[in-house]
Design a protein around this ligand. Sequence first.
Ligand SMILES: [Zn+2]
Length: 98
Amino acid sequence: MAGSIWLPKEEADFYRLLLTFTGVSNPLKVIWYALQTELDRSTFKEPVWVVPSLSNSPKEYQLPEDASTCTCDGFFARHKCIHIAAAKFRSRMEFGMR
Ligand SMILES: [Zn+2]
């Protein structure tokens, strides 16, 4: 297809899923969040993804390792948010496909 880039199917599926989960129009925003997201293994609990928040309270969101849920208002209202997308993207950056 003219004007498109080629990706292996699983890669294309991943990015399609990622955009489905953002609810934002700018994919670069996901990358911006993902670069500041980290997996916190420091507690005795299950590891959590710590994703920044643009608001002051809370300053960050903590998501489960599978990034299946988020506590932000956007997820509550729409069942998708940029924090989930950021955690999934970061996981892909660090661990590849799993
Ligand atoms: Zn969220």
